[in-house]
Design a protein around this ligand. Structure first.
Ligand SMILES: C[S@@+](CC[C@H](N)C(=O)[O-])C[C@H]1O[C@@H](n2cnc3c(N)ncnc32)[C@H](O)[C@@H]1O
Length: 368
C-alpha cells in the first residue's frame, strides 16, 4: 500500500491508460500487452507460483483438478441456472428424428465444467450423440479435445450420429473450419458394454437417461399420428420435445395408464416408476466403477407432470442413485430454455406447469 492507502503499480498503470473521459481504457492497455482483468491492469508479479494469467480469460490456478477454467470462467460455470436456448444446429434436422436429443453445445459446456483437456467422457445412453459431439467441439471451441465413448442399443441412432458427423464435417471443411473428431460409439446394451471399460478410466460420465413413462405417452397418442411423429420414432426410451427444439422438459398431461408393446419380444409390459428407478440405480451401480474417484457423474433428467400430479423425477432419481450406488449429489443445475414453445395446459381449471427446464444432476463418487 502507498501512503494514501492506494495499491501501488496496478492502479498507477491503470491511470496511464485513460480515454478522453479520463476512464481506464482496457483496449489501449491490452494493445501494450498488459494483462487486463475486470477493468484493471493485473500486476503479474502479484500472482502466486501456481497461478498464470491467460490472455482474454483471466487467472488460471494450476491446482485446478476439476476443469481447465480460469477463476473468472469458474464463477460463471458454477451458476446453478443455465438460461440458454440452443437454436437448432449441428444437423438438427437429422438428430431431431430421435426426439430426446440434447444440444451438443450445451453438452460441450458441461464437459468444459467437469473435465480437463485429454480426459475421457462416457455416455452410456448416447442416442444420436449430443455428448459425443460436445466432446469433439471442446477441441475447437473449448479448452481441448476430450475422448468420448458412447453406448447405444438402437443402431438407428448410431447411424444418425455417424451421418451427422459426415455432413457436419463436409460443411466445416467448406467453411474452412477444422473437422470434428469422430468419437467411439458402441452398439449394445450399456449393462454389458460397461464391462469392457477399465475401472477408473472415465473422468466424466455425462448422460441423459431413458425416461420412465414415455412409453405410455406413445401409447396414448393417436396411433397413426404417433407412427408419423417424432415421438413415434422414439422406441420406449426417449424423452419428448418440440419438433424444432432440443429437448428440455415434459408435460404429459392427460396420459392414462397404458401397457407398452415391447418391440423386442411383442409382450405387453408396463414399467412402474419404482421399476424404472431400480433399473437406473442398478445400471449406474455398474457404471460407477469405470469412473475415476475424482471424477463426476452428470445426468440430465426432466421432471414430469402426469395425471394431475407433479412427478419429481430428478429428486426420485437422485435419491435412488444415492441410496443404491456410491454416488453423492453435489448439485442440481437447472437448464432453462427460454425459447421453448409454451402450450395452454390446464386452462382455465387447473394449474399445469409448462416445463421449460430440465435438471442436470451432478454427482461425486463417495469415497467412504
Ligand atoms: C434420452 S436418450 C439420449 C439422447 C442423447 N442425449 C442425444 O443427444 O441424442 C436415451 C437413449 O438411451 C438409449 N438406451 C436405453 N436403454 C439402453 C441400454 N440399456 N443400453 C444402451 N442404450 C440404451 C435409448 O435408445 C436412447 O437413445
Amino acid at each position: 500500500m502507498t501512503d494514501n492507502g492506494d495499491e501501488p503499480d496496478r492502479h498507477r498503470q491503470s491511470r496511464l491508460f485513460t480515454d478522453d473521459e479520463g476512464e481506464f481504457d482496457a483496449d489501449r492497455a491490452r494493445e501494450e500487452s498488459l494483462p487486463v482483468e475486470d477493468g484493471e491492469v493485473i500486476d503479474t508479479d502479484d500472482l502466486a507460483d501456481h497461478q498464470q494469467y491467460v490472455e482474454g480469460r483471466g487467472i488460471y490456478d494450476e491446482r485446478n483438478r476439476v476443469n481447465d477454467l480460469t477463476g473468472k470462467e469458474w464463477k460463471y460455470a458454477t451458476k446453478s441456472v443455465i438460461p440458454e436456448g440452443y437454436p437448432p444446429a449441428v444437423q438438427h434436422d437429422l438428430r431431431s428424428d430421435h426426439g430426446g436429443q440434447k444440444p451438443p453445445r450445451l453438452c460441450a459446456d458441461l464437459i468444459g465444467r467437469f473435465s480437463k483437456a485429454g480426459d475421457t467422457v462416457l455416455d452410456p445412453f448416447a442416442g444420436v450423440g449430443g455428448t459425443l459431439l460436445g466432446a469433439s467441439f471442446c477441441e475447437h471451441e473449448g479448452t481441448g479435445l476430450r475422448e468420448a465413448i458412447g453406448f447405444e442399443q438402437n443402431q438407428r441412432w448410431i447411424d444418425i450420429y455417424e451421418s451427422v458427423l459426415v455432413r457436419e464435417n463436409d460443411e466445416r471443411r467448406e467453411r474452412g473450419d477444422p473437422p470434428l473428431e469422430a468419437q467411439d460409439i458402441r452398439h449394445g446394451d450399456c449393462a454389458d458394454l460397461i464391462d469392457a471399460v477399465p475401472d477408473d478410466s472415465v473422468d466424466l460420465l455425462l448422460t441423459d437417461v431413458p425416461y420412465w413413462h414415455m412409453d405410455e405417452l406413445e401409447q396414448t397418442r393417436n396411433e397413426r399420428a404417433t407412427r408419423e411423429s417424432k415421438l413415434g420414432s422414439f422406441d420406449d426410451d426417449g424423452n419428448g420435445s418440440d419438433e424444432n427444439s432440443e429437448s428440455a422438459g415434459n408435460t404429459l398431461e392427460g396420459t392414462d395408464d397404458a401397457t407398452l408393446e415391447d418391440e423386442t419380444d411383442g409382450q405387453a409390459h408396463t414399467q412402474s416408476k419404482d421399476e424404472w428407478l431400480t433399473d437406473m440405480a442398478s445400471k449406474f451401480d455398474l457404471f460407477v466403477d469405470a469412473v475415476d474417484p475424482a471424477g463426476h457423474v452428470v445426468v440430465f433428467i426432466g421432471d414430469m407432470y402426469r395425471e394431475q400430479s407433479y412427478e419429481f423425477l430428478s429428486a426420485d432419481l437422485a435419491r435412488a442413485l444415492e441410496e443404491h450406488t456410491s454416488l453423492s449429489l453435489a448439485a442440481n443445475l437447472v437448464w432453462y430454455d427460454p425459447t421453448k414453445d409454451l402450450h395452454v395446459y390446464g386452462y382455465p381449471f387447473s394449474f399445469v406447469p409448462s416445463m421449460v427446464h430440465q435438471n442436470v444432476l451432478v454427482f461425486r463418487i463417495d469415497a467412504s
